[in-house]
Design a protein around this ligand. Sequence first.
Ligand code: 5AD
Ligand code: SF4
Length: 445
Amino acid sequence: MKSLKPPPMKKLFVKTYGCQMNAYDSARIADLLAPLGYGAATGPEEADMVVLNTCHIREKAAEKVYSELGTLRALKQDKKDMLVAVAGCVAQAEGELMLKRAPVIDLLVGPQSYHRLPEMIAKISRAGGKALQTDFPALEKFDALPQAQTSGVSAFLTVQEGCDKFCTFCVVPYTRGPEHSRAPEALLAEAKALVDGGAREIVLLGQNVNAYRGHDANGKIWSLARLCEALARIERLARIRYTTSHPRDMTADLIDAHRDNEKLMPFLHLPVQSGSDTVLAAMNRQHRAEDYLRTIERIRDARPDIALSSDFIVGFPGESDADFEATMELVRQVKFAQTFSFKYSKRPGTPAAAAQKQISEKVKDERLQALQRLLLEQQDAFNDAQLGQTLEVLFEKPGREAGQLVGRSPWLHPVHAKADASMIGRLGKVRVERRTANSLKGALV
Ligand code: 5AD
Ligand code: SF4
């Protein structure tokens, strides 16, 4: 009898930039290439293949990729056989141009076509040359990918991709393509596999995750709230989160789910970007500041202990001092637990990049500093309020000190406590004694 020879061991290094959706895609790329014999490398030096999974959201993110490609070019001089692949949104946005600018690249795949990597690798190992794939092939991707294998205690699950909203500053509708929701049956199966693999928390991902509208086999449409309800029935799944949401899609049933679904964690990332109605309109956000505040009020009525998070952009073209002050005022009213704030960055091909009244770097810097000072005060206040409280923590992994584990509170704080390794993947009650800038420390009770 002929013995089946396992494929030769090769090493893969995937470097992820940008959002959590890229982190999910990177894990799936690793799953996809495992049957080809690729195991994980600790760095590019020992890798037979390097994948850069790139982000195009701001100029800085895209620049980092080119600097990494420079490093890889030097490395490849001694390792001629090493394959260099660029995946993600820079690959999608720049396509052929990128191959010209960085000839070190062997393979280029957009975020909707990385399932084609195995055939592309086969092609260039047979015929040499380069391979490029940046179509939006009607979202066959998820059907073509193998069942997710890699899962920690907290696992990502992409339920929705793409965006039809076309905010005037944003590249996502161009790089990730049109909005598409995966079928609920496929998602429940993937969630069960993740839980069987050890996940106790699932973070549902989408560029517009609360716009999720999945069609089931009976032609019925599921909302995100309904999907969360079905997921909550998976017994060993303890926690559900979702990100990132658009204020316009915070529907009544989803707000109610924050009251009724015990597994849905009391933390919501709901980007507002600006507190000025003029800027919101110029951004094409399709709501006013007042609408956002009303939505927050309704969410807090449903779930009083909910912690809120947001993204902000300062220095959007045309933003006046008064517009910026309106953002500060909105922040004072809401009181955020955690936030991300950015200086507006011109993105090629987006409408705002062509706007006349661009804001100077100096003004952007000043506004960002003022905003971040206020946001940091709010974050500190929120974290201080945890001192002396007993929080339910889902332990994820060993902490920095011996005998210590780290996990997450319901409000996403990293929490460190002395605990036995058998607590990984389990919930424990921790009394918070101290805190550092971003994390809490305490003792198991
Ligand atoms: N400039 C600055 N920030 C941006 N974001 C998206 N596009 C830009 C841009 N051109 C921010 C938004 C978004 C987050 C993911 O990135 O705040 O919510
Ligand atoms: Fe970009 Fe706006 Fe879509 Fe969010 S909603 S991904 S900011 S276009």
